[in-house]
Design a protein around this ligand. Structure first.
Ligand code: KIV
Length: 282
Protein backbone atom coordinates (compact mmCIF):
# COMPACT_ATOMS: atom_id res chain seq x y z
CA UNK A 1 0.00 0.00 0.00
CA UNK A 2 1.28 3.48 -0.88
CA UNK A 3 1.92 5.77 2.12
CA UNK A 4 -0.35 8.83 2.21
CA UNK A 5 1.46 12.09 1.47
CA UNK A 6 1.35 14.54 4.36
CA UNK A 7 -0.55 17.79 3.68
CA UNK A 8 2.03 20.60 3.55
CA UNK A 9 1.86 24.37 3.96
CA UNK A 10 2.26 24.68 0.17
CA UNK A 11 -0.70 22.30 -0.37
CA UNK A 12 -2.86 24.50 1.90
CA UNK A 13 -1.76 27.69 0.12
CA UNK A 14 -2.50 26.11 -3.27
CA UNK A 15 -6.04 25.20 -2.20
CA UNK A 16 -7.08 28.87 -2.00
CA UNK A 17 -9.55 29.50 -4.79
CA UNK A 18 -9.42 25.92 -6.08
CA UNK A 19 -10.56 23.58 -3.28
CA UNK A 20 -12.26 24.24 0.07
CA UNK A 21 -10.16 23.28 3.11
CA UNK A 22 -11.61 20.91 5.71
CA UNK A 23 -10.41 21.54 9.27
CA UNK A 24 -11.57 19.84 12.47
CA UNK A 25 -10.28 19.85 16.01
CA UNK A 26 -8.84 16.64 17.53
CA UNK A 27 -7.33 15.95 20.93
CA UNK A 28 -6.53 12.23 21.08
CA UNK A 29 -5.05 9.32 19.11
CA UNK A 30 -8.23 7.38 18.30
CA UNK A 31 -10.29 10.28 16.91
CA UNK A 32 -7.24 11.64 15.06
CA UNK A 33 -6.92 8.27 13.29
CA UNK A 34 -10.61 8.36 12.26
CA UNK A 35 -10.58 12.03 11.13
CA UNK A 36 -7.42 11.43 9.14
CA UNK A 37 -8.98 8.39 7.45
CA UNK A 38 -12.04 10.54 6.62
CA UNK A 39 -9.86 12.97 4.66
CA UNK A 40 -9.75 16.07 6.89
CA UNK A 41 -6.97 18.35 5.59
CA UNK A 42 -5.96 19.98 8.88
CA UNK A 43 -6.38 18.64 12.43
CA UNK A 44 -6.34 21.54 14.85
CA UNK A 45 -5.35 20.59 18.38
CA UNK A 46 -7.40 23.48 19.77
CA UNK A 47 -7.19 24.81 23.30
CA UNK A 48 -10.95 24.14 23.20
CA UNK A 49 -9.68 20.82 24.63
CA UNK A 50 -9.72 22.67 27.94
CA UNK A 51 -13.50 22.91 27.75
CA UNK A 52 -14.63 19.80 25.87
CA UNK A 53 -12.06 17.33 27.26
CA UNK A 54 -10.88 18.78 30.58
CA UNK A 55 -14.12 20.45 31.70
CA UNK A 56 -12.80 23.99 32.32
CA UNK A 57 -15.41 26.73 31.84
CA UNK A 58 -13.15 28.57 29.33
CA UNK A 59 -9.86 28.05 27.47
CA UNK A 60 -7.98 30.37 29.84
CA UNK A 61 -6.65 27.74 32.33
CA UNK A 62 -5.12 25.48 29.63
CA UNK A 63 -1.33 25.13 29.94
CA UNK A 64 1.56 24.09 27.70
CA UNK A 65 2.01 20.63 29.25
CA UNK A 66 -1.65 19.79 28.55
CA UNK A 67 -1.39 21.07 24.97
CA UNK A 68 1.85 19.17 24.34
CA UNK A 69 0.20 15.94 25.52
CA UNK A 70 -2.85 16.42 23.24
CA UNK A 71 -0.60 17.37 20.29
CA UNK A 72 1.54 14.24 20.72
CA UNK A 73 -1.51 11.97 20.78
CA UNK A 74 -3.07 13.57 17.66
CA UNK A 75 0.20 13.48 15.73
CA UNK A 76 0.55 9.74 16.40
CA UNK A 77 -2.89 9.14 14.86
CA UNK A 78 -2.65 11.20 11.66
CA UNK A 79 -0.62 10.12 8.66
CA UNK A 80 -1.96 12.62 6.06
CA UNK A 81 -3.55 15.61 7.83
CA UNK A 82 -1.47 18.63 8.79
CA UNK A 83 -1.40 19.03 12.60
CA UNK A 84 -1.75 22.57 13.96
CA UNK A 85 -1.23 23.07 17.70
CA UNK A 86 -2.94 25.93 19.53
CA UNK A 87 -0.69 28.05 21.72
CA UNK A 88 -2.54 28.38 25.04
CA UNK A 89 -3.20 31.64 26.90
CA UNK A 90 -0.01 32.88 28.59
CA UNK A 91 2.35 30.88 26.35
CA UNK A 92 3.06 33.71 23.87
CA UNK A 93 1.83 36.99 25.43
CA UNK A 94 4.83 37.76 27.75
CA UNK A 95 7.50 38.05 25.02
CA UNK A 96 8.57 36.76 21.60
CA UNK A 97 11.37 34.51 22.84
CA UNK A 98 9.03 32.71 25.23
CA UNK A 99 6.58 32.35 22.33
CA UNK A 100 9.29 30.80 20.11
CA UNK A 101 10.32 28.41 22.92
CA UNK A 102 6.73 27.25 23.42
CA UNK A 103 6.07 26.96 19.67
CA UNK A 104 9.18 24.76 19.41
CA UNK A 105 7.77 22.57 22.23
CA UNK A 106 4.55 21.96 20.24
CA UNK A 107 6.54 21.16 17.08
CA UNK A 108 8.68 18.70 19.06
CA UNK A 109 5.45 17.14 20.38
CA UNK A 110 4.47 16.35 16.77
CA UNK A 111 2.76 19.45 15.30
CA UNK A 112 3.47 20.78 11.82
CA UNK A 113 2.42 24.36 12.67
CA UNK A 114 1.07 26.48 15.55
CA UNK A 115 -1.90 28.85 15.92
CA UNK A 116 -2.04 32.08 17.94
CA UNK A 117 -5.00 34.36 18.66
CA UNK A 118 -4.50 38.03 17.82
CA UNK A 119 -4.01 40.67 15.12
CA UNK A 120 -1.70 43.68 14.70
CA UNK A 121 -0.76 43.60 18.43
CA UNK A 122 1.11 40.27 18.12
CA UNK A 123 2.79 40.79 14.75
CA UNK A 124 6.31 40.88 16.31
CA UNK A 125 5.65 37.57 18.05
CA UNK A 126 4.34 35.93 14.87
CA UNK A 127 7.36 37.14 12.88
CA UNK A 128 9.71 35.69 15.52
CA UNK A 129 8.01 32.26 15.31
CA UNK A 130 7.99 32.32 11.49
CA UNK A 131 11.67 33.38 11.51
CA UNK A 132 12.38 30.31 13.68
CA UNK A 133 11.09 28.24 10.74
CA UNK A 134 7.70 27.38 12.23
CA UNK A 135 4.54 27.81 10.12
CA UNK A 136 1.90 29.94 11.86
CA UNK A 137 -1.89 30.00 11.49
CA UNK A 138 -3.43 33.33 12.60
CA UNK A 139 -6.75 33.68 14.45
CA UNK A 140 -8.84 36.87 14.51
CA UNK A 141 -12.47 37.80 15.08
CA UNK A 142 -13.74 36.22 18.27
CA UNK A 143 -10.66 35.36 20.34
CA UNK A 144 -11.92 33.03 23.07
CA UNK A 145 -8.78 33.33 25.25
CA UNK A 146 -9.44 37.02 25.99
CA UNK A 147 -12.99 37.66 24.74
CA UNK A 148 -14.57 36.53 28.00
CA UNK A 149 -12.54 39.22 29.83
CA UNK A 150 -14.03 42.01 27.64
CA UNK A 151 -17.46 41.49 26.12
CA UNK A 152 -18.16 37.75 26.11
CA UNK A 153 -18.64 35.63 23.01
CA UNK A 154 -20.22 38.00 20.46
CA UNK A 155 -20.28 38.39 16.69
CA UNK A 156 -17.27 40.40 15.45
CA UNK A 157 -17.20 42.97 12.65
CA UNK A 158 -20.69 44.26 13.44
CA UNK A 159 -19.72 47.92 12.87
CA UNK A 160 -17.84 49.69 10.08
CA UNK A 161 -14.96 50.45 12.51
CA UNK A 162 -14.54 46.88 13.74
CA UNK A 163 -14.87 45.54 10.18
CA UNK A 164 -12.08 47.86 8.98
CA UNK A 165 -9.89 46.82 11.96
CA UNK A 166 -10.37 43.12 11.13
CA UNK A 167 -9.34 43.70 7.50
CA UNK A 168 -6.26 45.62 8.70
CA UNK A 169 -5.40 42.79 11.15
CA UNK A 170 -5.76 40.13 8.43
CA UNK A 171 -3.42 42.07 6.11
CA UNK A 172 -0.89 42.54 8.94
CA UNK A 173 -0.97 38.79 9.67
CA UNK A 174 -0.44 38.00 5.98
CA UNK A 175 2.54 40.39 5.90
CA UNK A 176 3.99 38.76 9.04
CA UNK A 177 4.05 35.42 7.20
CA UNK A 178 1.06 33.36 8.43
CA UNK A 179 0.00 30.59 6.02
CA UNK A 180 -3.71 30.82 6.90
CA UNK A 181 -6.08 32.80 9.14
CA UNK A 182 -8.96 31.54 11.27
CA UNK A 183 -11.92 33.96 11.23
CA UNK A 184 -14.10 33.19 14.24
CA UNK A 185 -17.67 34.55 14.42
CA UNK A 186 -17.02 37.34 11.91
CA UNK A 187 -20.00 38.85 10.03
CA UNK A 188 -20.06 36.98 6.71
CA UNK A 189 -19.88 40.21 4.62
CA UNK A 190 -16.61 41.12 6.39
CA UNK A 191 -15.23 37.54 6.15
CA UNK A 192 -15.88 37.65 2.38
CA UNK A 193 -13.93 40.91 2.02
CA UNK A 194 -11.03 39.56 4.13
CA UNK A 195 -10.95 36.35 2.07
CA UNK A 196 -10.67 38.41 -1.14
CA UNK A 197 -8.10 40.81 0.36
CA UNK A 198 -5.43 38.31 1.46
CA UNK A 199 -3.43 35.76 -0.52
CA UNK A 200 -3.49 33.14 2.27
CA UNK A 201 -6.55 30.92 2.93
CA UNK A 202 -9.14 31.99 5.51
CA UNK A 203 -10.65 29.27 7.70
CA UNK A 204 -14.09 30.23 8.97
CA UNK A 205 -15.94 29.22 12.10
CA UNK A 206 -19.31 30.94 12.26
CA UNK A 207 -18.14 33.31 9.50
CA UNK A 208 -20.25 32.22 6.53
CA UNK A 209 -19.69 30.35 3.30
CA UNK A 210 -17.21 32.71 1.63
CA UNK A 211 -14.13 31.54 3.58
CA UNK A 212 -11.55 29.28 1.92
CA UNK A 213 -12.10 26.56 4.51
CA UNK A 214 -14.22 25.70 7.55
CA UNK A 215 -13.39 24.50 11.05
CA UNK A 216 -15.59 23.12 13.84
CA UNK A 217 -14.91 21.68 17.27
CA UNK A 218 -15.17 17.88 16.89
CA UNK A 219 -17.19 17.44 20.10
CA UNK A 220 -19.71 20.08 18.91
CA UNK A 221 -20.31 18.58 15.46
CA UNK A 222 -20.52 15.03 16.85
CA UNK A 223 -23.01 16.13 19.53
CA UNK A 224 -20.82 15.05 22.46
CA UNK A 225 -20.34 18.44 24.19
CA UNK A 226 -23.65 19.84 25.39
CA UNK A 227 -22.68 22.75 27.71
CA UNK A 228 -22.67 25.38 24.93
CA UNK A 229 -24.42 24.99 21.56
CA UNK A 230 -23.35 27.80 19.22
CA UNK A 231 -25.76 28.50 16.33
CA UNK A 232 -22.94 28.15 13.77
CA UNK A 233 -22.44 24.47 14.64
CA UNK A 234 -24.02 21.87 12.36
CA UNK A 235 -24.56 18.59 14.22
CA UNK A 236 -23.48 15.60 12.12
CA UNK A 237 -24.23 13.06 14.88
CA UNK A 238 -25.85 12.85 18.31
CA UNK A 239 -23.12 10.84 20.01
CA UNK A 240 -23.94 11.87 23.56
CA UNK A 241 -27.26 10.05 23.18
CA UNK A 242 -25.57 7.01 21.57
CA UNK A 243 -22.95 6.88 24.35
CA UNK A 244 -25.62 7.25 27.04
CA UNK A 245 -27.66 4.38 25.53
CA UNK A 246 -24.60 2.13 25.20
CA UNK A 247 -23.28 2.78 28.72
CA UNK A 248 -26.76 2.32 30.27
CA UNK A 249 -27.11 -1.03 28.46
CA UNK A 250 -23.62 -2.08 29.62
CA UNK A 251 -24.50 -1.27 33.23
CA UNK A 252 -27.84 -3.10 33.12
CA UNK A 253 -26.20 -6.12 31.41
CA UNK A 254 -23.66 -6.37 34.26
CA UNK A 255 -26.41 -6.12 36.89
CA UNK A 256 -28.42 -8.81 35.05
CA UNK A 257 -25.42 -11.11 34.59
CA UNK A 258 -25.61 -10.78 30.79
CA UNK A 259 -22.06 -9.48 30.43
CA UNK A 260 -19.49 -10.94 29.92
CA UNK A 261 -20.82 -13.57 27.49
CA UNK A 262 -19.12 -16.88 26.64
CA UNK A 263 -17.44 -15.20 23.64
CA UNK A 264 -15.80 -12.68 26.01
CA UNK A 265 -14.45 -15.39 28.36
CA UNK A 266 -11.10 -17.27 28.39
CA UNK A 267 -10.54 -20.89 29.57
CA UNK A 268 -7.70 -23.15 30.65
CA UNK A 269 -6.88 -26.06 28.34
CA UNK A 270 -8.79 -29.27 29.36
CA UNK A 271 -5.50 -30.98 30.37
CA UNK A 272 -4.37 -28.10 32.53
CA UNK A 273 -7.83 -27.81 34.05
CA UNK A 274 -7.70 -31.51 35.02
CA UNK A 275 -4.27 -31.05 36.67
CA UNK A 276 -5.57 -27.97 38.49
CA UNK A 277 -8.63 -29.84 39.81
CA UNK A 278 -6.52 -32.77 41.02
CA UNK A 279 -4.13 -30.44 42.82
CA UNK A 280 -7.04 -28.78 44.63
CA UNK A 281 -8.43 -32.15 45.80
CA UNK A 282 -5.14 -33.12 47.50
O1 KIV B 1 -9.53 26.06 20.19
C1 KIV B 1 -10.16 25.83 19.15
O2 KIV B 1 -10.78 24.79 18.98
C2 KIV B 1 -10.14 26.87 18.12
C3 KIV B 1 -11.09 26.70 16.97
C4 KIV B 1 -12.48 26.83 17.40
C5 KIV B 1 -10.77 27.62 15.85
O3 KIV B 1 -9.42 27.79 18.21
Amino acid sequence: MQAKKKVSVNDILAMKGSEKISVLTAYDYSTSLICDRAGVDILLVGDSAGMVVLGYSSTVPVGMSEMAMFCGAVSRGAKRAMIVGDMPFGSYQPNASMAVENAVQLIKAGCDAVKLEGGSEIIGTIKAIVDAGIPVMGHIGLKPQTQSLWEGYRLQGRTKESAMKLIEDAKALEKAGVFSIVLEMVASEVADVITKSVSVPTIGIGSGTGCDGQVLVLHDMLGIYEDIKPRFVKRYAELSKSILDAVSKYTSDIKAGKFPEESNTFHMSPEELERFRKARKK
